[in-house]
Structure formats: structure tokens, C-alpha cells
Design a protein around this ligand. Structure first.
Ligand code: NAP
Length: 314
């Protein structure tokens, strides 16, 4: 049986013909609105909002197979009410995103961009004992706000650097604690103690804006903020002000509240390393993400349970 499905056009090159067997595909470019019609599955990118209106316009839909581990672009309540499965792509992007988080930690603590700019400017006058002094990692405290798959992978990488670890999570992580010596603390303690705070909670009504002027003020003077989770965890203007005042040492960001727009004050703020949402951007990971999304579609359309559901049943 052939099924009509909508798939993000940007995934075309990452998919093999065998994965697409029995699918009658309408490729949907990111700049096209979600159409109205009888499609039974949609594979959106995280930039596409799939809410009540879109679900209503797709009355035969059986699955939203998000091509991301985060699913804050899908109205879960509306989907569940319509008995539509929602799936994500957990696990396969953990290591790539943890690597990129470390790229930001090293770039901010050791002032890599300022170094690159100095060399490129032709103004570098040679080695100087006080030039571009950064933050030494060994003995410092890394705070993981959220210690699920990615937070823990970031934490494991911290051990050989000699960092001490504190973390928050809704549930304790005894194995992670044994492996890394990490201590579970509450958010206030984490903010107050950490030299580097790295965000790994998902975006949800409870976590939106968790980094704001009040929580920034509770961080150590000169501390560094890293965000490879979701942009709306951070109030961007408040972050810009903290950087302007030197209250924060630096910020390394991969994600923004209103992508691809970035708050102009944050864009102009000092000591930032700003990346264009490339946490999971390795060839291997992007292929695996696309493969899981399609495998979820194939499973549901052949009457089986999805492989990686966000909620268990519909
Ligand atoms: P995960 O395994 O589900 O981990 C999430 C962590 O946050 C867990 O420790 C969880 O606690 C905690 N948490 C969840 N809801 C919370 C709440 N309301 N308050 C406090 N803590 C909460 O997710 P993951 O695979 O590590 O991914 C984390 C996020 O990274 C994703 O949601 C996604 O947005 C983002 N991401 C970004 C990129 C990128 O390209 N930059 C790539 C991949 C993922 P428990 O462990 O107790 O449940």
C-alpha cells in the first residue's frame, strides 16, 4: 500500500531510496507553509510549528516524526487529542551535541575567537605573558543544568579536563555520579557555585526563560554560560546586559529564542561565541536522525508501534 507523506525537503540528500519504500512523498521546503490535505505522516524539521491548525488541516495524519530530539515545535496536547503519534530522534545526536558543547566551552574559556581575530588583523606583536589570559579548566566547577543523555555526555568529557561536576535533574543519576563524581544540587546552588553553566534541559513551559536577569545575577561574577539546548531557555537581552556589565565572563551559544534572528543587543555584546545551531551537524548524526524519523513513519504506517515515541500510546 502506498502512503502519502510530507517530508522536509532538506532531508532528501540524507535518505536512501530503500528507506522510502511505499511512500508517496511530497517534499516540503522549510519556507513553504504546511499544506492542507490527506497526508498520513509528516517529517518536519524543528523549525516547523505543528500545532492545532496544522493538525486540523491534516485530518488523516497518524504521525508527526520530528527530525530532532527536542519537540517543542509540536503541540503535544493537540496531537495526542487527535490520536496522532509524535516521535523524536533521541540518542543518535548525543555525542555530536556533547562535542559541540565542548567546542563552545573551550572557545569561550580560552578566548579562541579573540585570538583568531588578533592573528587575522595583522596586529599580533608576538608572545606576551598577559595576552588573552583565559580560564583554566582544571579544578573549576562545571554545572550541568539538566543531566539527561546530552548533559551526561558533556559531563563525562569533563573528567579528563579535571573539572568538578554539579548537576540538576528531576531524578538522581547514581551511575553518572559514580562514573564522574558529579553531585546533584538544586538550581540555586548550581548557579551560585559553577564557573561554567551549561544548559541541557529541554524547552518546556517550566524551563522557558530559566536564565533571566534574576538567575544571571545569582551566577558567579565572570562565570561562563553555554547553551546548546534551546534558545528560549535564555532571556537574550538580559544575557546581553550581563555580558556588557562584565558580570558574566562569556557566553557560548548554539541556539536562539527566535532563530534565525538573534537579539541585536546579544549580537553586539562582548565575549560571545555564537554558532548557527549546529549541535548535531555531523554527516553520521544527520543521516541517523533522518533514518530514525523515517523508520518511525514506516513503523506506524505498517501498524507497528513507533520506535521512539514522545508519549507511549495514542
Ligand atoms: P534528555 O535526555 O531528555 O535530558 C533532559 C534533561 O533535562 C534530563 O536530565 C531531565 O531530567 C531534565 N529535565 C527535563 N524537563 C525538566 C524540567 N521541566 N525541569 C528541570 N529539568 C528537566 O534530553 P537530551 O537528549 O539530553 O536533549 C536535551 C535537549 O538538547 C533537547 O531537548 C534539545 O532541545 C537539545 N538539543 C539541541 C541540539 C542542538 O543542535 N543544539 C541537538 C540535540 C539536542 P530527568 O533526567 O530527571 O528526566
Amino acid at each position: 500500500m502506498i502512503h502519502r507523506v510530507l517530508i522536509a525537503a532538506e532531508l532528501k540528500n540524507l535518505l536512501e531510496p530503500a528507506q522510502l519504500a511505499d511512500l508517496d512523498i511530497t517534499w516540503l521546503a522549510a519556507d513553504q507553509p504546511t499544506p492542507r490535505g490527506d497526508w498520513v505522516a509528516i517529517v518536519p524539521l524543528l523549525s516547523r510549528w505543528v500545532g492545532g491548525t496544522q493538525l486540523k488541516n491534516l485530518p488523516n495524519l497518524r504521525i508527526v516524526a520530528n527530525c530532532a530530539v527536542g519537540y517543542n515545535n509540536v503541540d503535544l496536547v493537540a496531537a495526542e487529542m487527535r490520536k496522532v503519534f509524535v516521535t523524536n530522534t533521541p540518542g543518535v545526536l548525543t555525542e555530536a551535541t556533547a562535542d559541540l558543547t565542548w567546542a563552545l566551552i573551550l572557545a569561550t574559556t580560552r578566548r579562541l575567537l579573540e585570538g583568531v581575530e588578533l592573528v587575522r588583523s595583522g596586529q599580533w606583536t608576538g608572545w606576551h605573558p598577559e595576552q588573552l589570559l583565559g580560564l583554566e579548566l582544571c579544578g573549576r566547577i562545571l554545572g550541568l543544568l539538566g543531566a539527561g543523555r546530552i548533559g551526561q555526555a558533556v559531563g563525562r568529557r569533563a573528567v579528563p579536563f579535571g573539572l568538578r561536576l554539579v548537576y540538576t535533574a528531576r531524578t538522581p543519576k547514581p551511575e553518572f555520579e559514580r562514573e564522574t563524581g558529579a553531585t546533584r544540587v538544586d538550581t540555586s546552588q548550581l548557579l551560585a557555585e559553577s564557573d561554567i553553566v551549561s544548559l541541557h534541559v529541554p524547552s518546556s513551559p517550566e524551563t522557558k526563560g530559566i536564565i533571566n536577569s534574576e538567575t544571571l545575577a545569582r551566577m558567579r561574577r565572570g562565570a561562563i554560560l553555554i547553551n546548546t539546548s534551546r534558545g528560549d531557555l535564555v532571556r537574550e537581552e538580559a544575557l546581553a546586559v550581563a555580558l556588557e556589565r562584565g558580570q558574566l565572563g562569556a557566553a557560548g551559544l548554539d541556539v536562539y529564542a527566535d532563530e534565525p534572528a538573534i537579539h541585536p543587543r546579544l549580537l553586539a555584546a562582548p565575549r560571545t561565541v555564537l554558532l548557527p545551531h549546529i549541535g548535531s551537524a555531523t554527516e553520521e548524526t544527520r543521516r541517523k536522525m533522518a533514518a530514525i524519523a523515517i523508520a518511525n513513519v514506516q513503523a506506524v504506517l505498517s501498524g507497528k508501534p513507533p520506535l521512539t515515541p514522545v508519549y507511549k500510546s495514542v
